[in-house]
Design a protein around this ligand. Structure first.
Ligand code: CMP
Length: 265
């Protein structure tokens, strides 16, 4: 995400002092909080947009919870009480129908947040969330989230930025469902994953995390067979490789051209 102009970010030293002001330096709690908070702050646009006073409140009132791989964080239509920020691990956002069909909307990694929609709308959860790896989440109660939003317009701007990005991607996905075949949609999904969690490597992009064919099919909005055929075609075309279980896009630019998506990766 582009940095937002004029956002005042506390230095890591200031954060350290803040934490020490409510839990003694050297205590096990201090060590745990500083280790997690600093790593999280480096990667979380939401937390980084907070001024020190608001950050102090988050660190004071928020609590950490562990979710082992495969555990639900919440289910669609649940009542909502918290916003979540990912400190460690990965979370899948999805919707499942009674006939076992699933649509995965996103995989979210460290620093990303979720669960804000139900809080903002005062409604139930719009989708389910599940830990796909052993995951540690920072839970912020809706009361604190709302107080922070009302006090700090920069936080609201950061939130709008993320929500706009999600809406843009949702529009692109609708376009894809209408105008692209499965090969085009698989290519587009892999490009999106590379943008969100990829690392540049040997002139290409290595996608973070490992995905089964079923998981990729749920993301693309297809079933396993067409997904496997599309992946095989991309491998034959030397565009995609699997390296130690991770997907590697050898030539993301060419893939973008193929799906008619000209912006640079
Ligand atoms: P909420 O409705 O509270 O619970 C489900 C959460 O999933 C939702 O808030 C968002 O935080 C998140 N979410 C929903 N749709 C998407 C999406 N398309 N991309 C990323 N996250 C999403």
């Amino acid at each position: 995400m582009e940095p937002l102009g004029g956002v005042i970010q506390p230095t890591l030293r200031e954060i350290d002092d803040l934490i020490a002001s409510y839990c003694p330096k050297g205590s096990p709690e201090y060590t745990k909080i500083t280790g997690m908070s600093l790593a999280l702050l480096r990667s979380s646009p939401l937390l980084r947009s907070l001024p020190p006073a608001a950050l102090r409140r988050v660190l004071k009132f928020a609590r950490w919870r562990e979710f082992p791989a495969g555990m639900d964080v919440f289910t669609k239509y649940d009542q909502a009480s918290h916003l979540f920020i990912i400190g460690r691990g990965r979370v899948k956002i999805f919707s499942a129908s009674a006939g076992k069909k699933r649509k995965t909307f996103a995989y979210l990694g460290v620093g990303k947040f979720f669960g804000e929609m139900a809080l903002l709308e005062g409604r139930e959860r719009s989708a389910s969330a599940q830990a796909v790896e052993d995951t540690q989440l920072l839970l912020i109660h809706k009361r604190d989230f709302k107080a922070m939003l009302l006090e700090d317009s920069k936080l609201a701007v950061t939130l709008l930025h993320v929500l706009s990005d999600r809406l843009r991607r949702a529009n692109e996905e609708i376009e894809g469902l209408m105008f692209r075949n499965v090969l085009g949609r698989v290519s587009k999904t892999l490009i999106t994953l590379a943008e969100q969690s990829g690392k540049r490597w040997r002139g290409g992009m290595l996608i973070g995390g490992k995905f089964t064919h079923q998981e990729l099919a749920d993301l693309v909005g297809t079933t396993r067979e067409p997904l496997s055929r599309a992946l095989a075609a991309l491998r034959r075309a030397d565009l995609v490789e699997v390296r130690h279980g991770q997907l590697f896009l050898r030539d993301p630019r060419k893939m973008r051209d193929l799906v008619g998506d000209g912006a640079p990766v």
